[in-house]
Design a protein around this ligand. Structure first.
Ligand code: PHE
Length: 341
């Protein structure tokens, strides 16, 4: 019995050593360890032995069984795990999806580069700023009704003794006096693009949006400079077919003030079902109010300037070919929508 078991063990271990074939290994398992395999046959015979022989043979039996299964199982496991890879090197590869910048980011980059070509420098100022920069220095003292139109978010933070309460910027005009302070002495030629916040949400408003604000201050700056700059921008951003007009308006921080209109991209100014009169409103503009120059420590007798401030999203939506009927879609993060731009 002892000899028989030793022979089985040697034979099995030799076979296991010689192969790495999954099927052969499986056969060895069935042959030696299977239900009607060699070892089970022997186990049956063990019963008939004398007690003392049975104890001794039982020990050897267990050793042999353990030796075979510990040589076989790990090897079988490895072979079972090996994936069969069918590789066809001639198949074309899969292309990873290519993303692109958000349409608003694209518009911001385009706007900056148009203005940079005519000598404007892109700047950025805080998007949470003091009352002084957002309102008071812009000729809107505390309690002034013009503040109400701006639907402001106030920040629950300590009030600054001179600059007042902190707010989320309702427009990029907070950059006007900040830029005058930074530059010190004209010329000033900034394009300030930043996030703005107002308590409004509907098809043409989102609580967070972007504005770009132009400010030019120098000696002898007048309305024709403003017109020329606006026309230059409109032709480069919207195309040479679109025209602009300045319509009298009111802002506290410019005098005179205008709203800038652009001809509708569908009818090019003739008037159609969409625009009614042929014109669409772009945003505000005007000549910098003397009080604002004073707030920025610039002498209004020596220098004059113009400013304009428009919504980036609105301006982008007026580009010909862009048809978005709800501004909120821009911030819905729906990849199917964003992929179109
Ligand atoms: N800040 C104004 C607004 O948000 C726009 C504006 C900017 C008007 C500069 C005049 C000059 O509506």
């Amino acid at each position: 019995m002892r000899q028989k078991l030793q022979n089985i063990k040697n034979e099995a271990l030799a076979m296991i050593m010689q192969t790495s074939d999954r099927e052969e290994l499986e056969n060895i398992r069935i042959q030696y360890l299977g239900k009607s395999g060699y070892l089970n046959e022997i186990a049956k015979q063990l019963k008939d032995l004398e007690l003392s022989d049975r104890i001794e043979a039982g020990k050897i039996f267990n050793d042999v069984k353990f030796a075979i299964s510990s040589a076989l199982e790990p090897k079988l496991k490895i072979e079972n795990c090996k994936l069969k890879i069918d590789l066809d090197p001639t198949l074309p590869g899969t292309h990873p999806p290519v993303g692109h910048l958000h349409p608003v980011t694209q518009a911001i980059e385009e706007i900056s580069s148009i203005f940079e070509k005519i000598g404007f420098s892109r700047v950025r100022y805080p998007e949470a700023d003091w009352d002084w920069y957002v309102f008071e220095s812009l000729n809107m003292p505390p309690g002034h009704p013009a503040r109400d139109t701006l639907e402001t978010f106030f920040i629950d933070a300590p009030v600054h003794p001179k600059l007042g309460q902190m707010v989320l910027t309702t427009h990029t005009s907070n950059g006007q006096v900040r830029e005058m302070e930074r530059v010190g002495k004209p010329p000033v030629r900034m394009i300030n693009i930043a996030k703005c916040y107002r308590r409004q949400s509907d098809i043409s408003h989102t609580v967070m949006f972007h504005q770009f604000e132009g400010l030019v201050i120098d000696s002898g700056i007048s309305i024709p400079h403003l017109r020329g700059t606006i026309d230059y921008f409109i032709h480069h951003f919207f195309g040479p077919d679109r025209k602009s007009r300045l319509r009298p308006f009111h802002f506290q921080f410019t005098e005179p003030s205008f709203e800038v209109d652009i001809t509708c991209d569908i009818c090019l100014g003739k008037g159609c079902r969409l625009c009614k009169e042929g014109w669409l409103e772009l945003g505000g503009a005007g000549m910098v109010h003397p009080n604002v120059l004073k707030a920025g420590k610039i002498d209004p007798d020596e220098f004059t300037g113009f400013a304009f401030g428009w919504g980036v999203e609105r301006t982008f939506m007026m580009k010909s070919g862009v048809k978005i009927d709800d501004l909120r879609l821009l911030y819905g993060n729906d990849i199917r929508f964003l992929n179109q731009f």
